[in-house]
Design a binder for this molecule. Sequence first.
Ligand code: SAH
Length: 231
Amino acid sequence: MTPDASIIRLIIGLRQAGITNTDVLSAMERTPRDFFIPPHFQDHAYEDQAVPIGLGQTISQPYIVAYMTDKLQIEKTHTVLEIGTGSGYQAAVLAQLARRVYTIERHKPLLELAEQRFNELKLRNITTLAGDGMKGWPATQQGGQSFDRIIVTASCEGEPPVALLAQLKIGGMMIIPVGAQGQTQNLKLYKKESEEVFGVQNLLPVRFVPLLPDVPRNNSYTQEDLEELTA
Ligand code: SAH
């Protein structure tokens, strides 16, 4: 099947699975998922499943990408922060819908690949950062500005990082999986009503890789780890 035919089949599947937001569906239709998948797994690029991207990480299942994007109700004027760039696929989908996307990844080698993909696809409204997203976007680089929407694509144990809730605008929303590895995690939607008051909704049981603190040291990658990224 040609990539075009595969994308269309994926979109039809998403619609059947209950994603009806046409803006979200067309953003997914315009984003070639095969670009974000390592060569070895190309056959699975348009299947509705998570796929390994190296360093123990995965690109999320398309249904979950569509579902999270839909729940965030993104508008064209919005500034969105993503924690966990991974392959860059979710950021690329968000970039079709929002004014600007800021995305943070703790694994530099993954971020560099994602940056290459954004360049090739001429996605100019994505700003990337290698770092620990649990700390939020560094104030100096964003003028202390806060975000309309925040999406976390790794699961946190216990409460969501306070730095992220703090960087959400009043009226803003954050979607985040909460729960330990090996247990059922809960996809939660936080709505910031005021500086102190948050509405919280439980959306869906999910399985994400863990949200981890700090950044790995550059020399913590083996040659094998790095080869896996493009194999
Ligand atoms: N959104 C991604 C899915 C990535 S999987 C995609 O579309 O492909 C989750 C990613 O979160 C992993 O790459 C992992 O390294 C990253 N991550 C985990 N903890 C993090 C943290 N504290 N800061 C930034 N990235 C983090």
